[in-house]
Design a protein around this ligand. Structure first.
Ligand code: 5AD
Ligand code: FES
Length: 374
């Protein structure tokens, strides 16, 4: 069958011309169970050839749900007036990181809405405090669109990675997902700025979002190929009741696994998470994601009291759990499929830093976690 030839070719060559990719994407719902399994097998072989059976952990700290944006898909959008808004203090954020460290987490992801309260000084202060307390850990920011100058300041303060999903590389689709004041070009420019500064960058998109066509996916792959990010996050779109897309259908498990596997064949060295959204639409979604080529999981380190307020979409898992439960749960889930979670930073293979700030991690610094130096 033609789709199988295309899969083999992608596996061999690591890329497909747009028309062939478009054809493969168009055929995805006609693949048999065995054909899908074959695709996932090829993708996980690519992943294990680079990463073995190690799964990197990224501890997610959802430190604010205030957001000035109004993305039509997102539960913490500005117009959601029913949402209880919160903002963690510096001390609360540092305590999440400390707890995560004790659980073997060596990357902390500070994620939040685009909160007007966040000054660059505050972000830099938090980043440098985490780096100071945990010099063997990486700090990733996921705080949206900022100026080149701000990105540079965070980098100089010790942030080394930045997640900013491009969401879609199709202009019309971008317009459908976002209000007029947001721009696809600006978002892409942010990603290029981040890369130029020296961050390991993460882009990505939702699968099955309203208005998304097969042609949109082809453009996503073309854009990703050009950007060549270190991390790529994708997950199914899941509707949230307090958004204009409340009644839209969710993205499917099969589609998400299909695109995860394709991404792995295109980007063998990329850090690709099996996302929480994937775990939300299927009880074993994250395990299946790893078996389709993902190699990262992001346990939630946010304090129990605020988790239910950081709902980007409905039914999000783990809102009633604590950091230790998520850590253990993920460890057991990965073990059940023959993988192991590791206490490592998990940088992009072969990544060379542009500049070396004085607090470059060495792992040999003393553990100062218990010092009261806030
Ligand atoms: N369903 C799935 N993913 C969502 N995100 C935001 N809202 C939703 C939703 N309703 C994703 C976006 C964003 C990331 C942090 O979460 O892609 O970049
Ligand atoms: Fe949070 Fe399973 S990952 S409880």
């Amino acid at each position: 069958m033609r789709a199988m030839d295309l899969i083999d070719r992608l596996n061999r060559e690591g890329t497909l011309p747009d028309d062939a990719l478009s054809e493969l994407i168009g055929e995805r719902n006609r693949l048999s169970g065995a054909e899908r399994e074959y695709l996932y097998l090829l993708a996980r072989e690519k992943s294990t050839a680079v990463f073995g059976h190690d799964i990197y952990l990224r501890g997610l700290i959802e430190y604010t749900n205030h957001c000035r944006n109004n993305c039509r898909y997102c539960g913490i959008r500005r117009d959601n007036g029913a949402l209880h808004r919160y903002r963690l203090t510096d001390e609360e954020i540092l305590s999440c990181a400390d707890d995560g460290y004790d659980l073997g987490i060596r990357t902390f992801v500070l994620q939040g809405g685009e909160d007007g309260y966040d000054s660059d000084d505050r972000i830099c202060r938090i980043v440098s405090k985490i780096r100071e307390r945990h010099p063997d850990c990486a700090v990733t920011l996921s705080i949206g669109e900022k100026t080149h100058e701000s990105y540079q300041r965070y980098y100089d303060a010790g942030a080394e990675r930045y997640l900013l999903r491009h969401e879609t590389a199709d202009e019309d689709h971008y317009r459908h997902l976002h209000p007029d004041e947001m721009s696809m070009r600006h978002r892409m420019d942010c990603l290029y700025d981040l890369k130029e500064i020296g961050y390991q960058i993460g882009a990505g998109f939702m699968v099955g979002s309203p208005g998304q066509t097969d042609a949109c996916y082809v453009k996503d792959f073309r854009f990703l190929k050009e950007l060549d990010p270190h991390m790529i996050g994708i997950g199914p779109f899941v509707p949230h009741h307090a958004t204009p897309f409340a009644d839209c259908a969710a993205g499917t498990l099969d589609d998400t696994l299909f695109f995860l596997a394709l991404l792995r064949l295109y980007f063998p060295k990329a850090l690709i998470p099996a996302t929480t959204a994937l775990g939300t639409i299927h009880p074993r979604g994250r395990e299946l994601g790893v078996l389709a080529g993902a190699n990262v999981i992001m346990p939630n380190l946010s304090p129990g009291a605020v988790r239910k307020d950081y709902l980007l979409y409905a039914g999000k898992i783990c809102v009633d759990d604590e950091a230790g439960q998520c850590r253990d749960c993920i460890g057991a889930r990965m073990h059940s499929i023959g993988y192991r979670t590791v206490a490592a930073r998990g940088d992009y293979p072969g990544f060379q830093k542009k500049h070396n700030p004085p607090d470059e991690s060495g792992g040999s610094e003393p553990d100062r976690r218990n010092q009261d130096d806030l």
